[in-house]
Design a binder for this molecule. Sequence first.
Ligand code: MTE
Length: 310
Amino acid sequence: MKPYKVPAILASEITPKQLFYARRKFMRSVGGATLAALLPQALWAASPFSDIKKSTFSATEELTPLKAITSYNNFYEFGTGKEDPAARAGSLKTRPWTISVEGEANKPKVFDIDEILKMAPLEERIYRLRCVEAWSMVVPWVGFPLAELLKRVEPTGNAKYVEFVSLYDPGQMPGQKSSVLDWPYREGLRMDEAMHPLTLLTLGLYGEVLPNQNGAPVRVVMPWKYGFKSAKSIVAIRLMEKQPTTSWMKAGPNEYGFYANVNPEVDHPRWSQAKERRIGEFLKRKTLMFNGYAEEVASLYAGMDLQRYF
Ligand code: MTE
């Protein structure tokens, strides 16, 4: 991955968040029956969330506009360019979809995505997302803690790590015809990180289901880690005794570590991590330790050498 370059999005193309929410309010007030008559099936099906709680974990910063969140993406299964996922991810079929939660578990299970959608109360979590390439966004995700899913399979005492596996299907994901990464995309966490209340199993953003380019139908988000940890379009979660090797560790073991905690004091070998560019802003801002979530997560790493375990 490369450091940040200014994206080619005009301010005039951006939907202000007030306008976005006003539109949603209007759609709700028009009423289900009328809407169903007016909208094509695909669009109507895109709004399954009726009740979303606000979360106390939310950041209070200004949201990044929806347009930027959905048009400036990293999703190498659809190409390495930032505009590729928005242009090409339309080919991804998100139904039927299952996630197999397997490995070190007493009750491993294949969950249907529609079962997962109803598994726990949905929350809106406004999180800062800091990419390793030194840009950042503020995103109103919709989801629930990953722990809710993991506890249903009853992890065994040997479950020390989890591995996330994204979909492998070169027919739908043209970027997989290139060997830029070792497919399928794999990421991982230590078990205590996976069970941490900030780790979000994510199903939507801005009150709607995830757009394909953001990892539909389900991804994870860990706001204190670099964005590459948050695997998209997940089909399996494996509970493991040994630390898994992730796709980015294979691609560049000196550049992308297993922990990948946001840390302004540990530079990437090819660029500094001290500052970041918030998408839509001109001046860089200082990167915060653990992306500003130190109070919640620093204790997970007490006594660890964060230069070594980067
Ligand atoms: N997941 C998969 N399967 N493939 C990817 O290429 N890119 C990662 C992460 N998850 C990626 C992925 C990177 S580098 C980042 S920064 C975030 O997704 C970007 O998420 P966003 O496009 O929703 O902002």
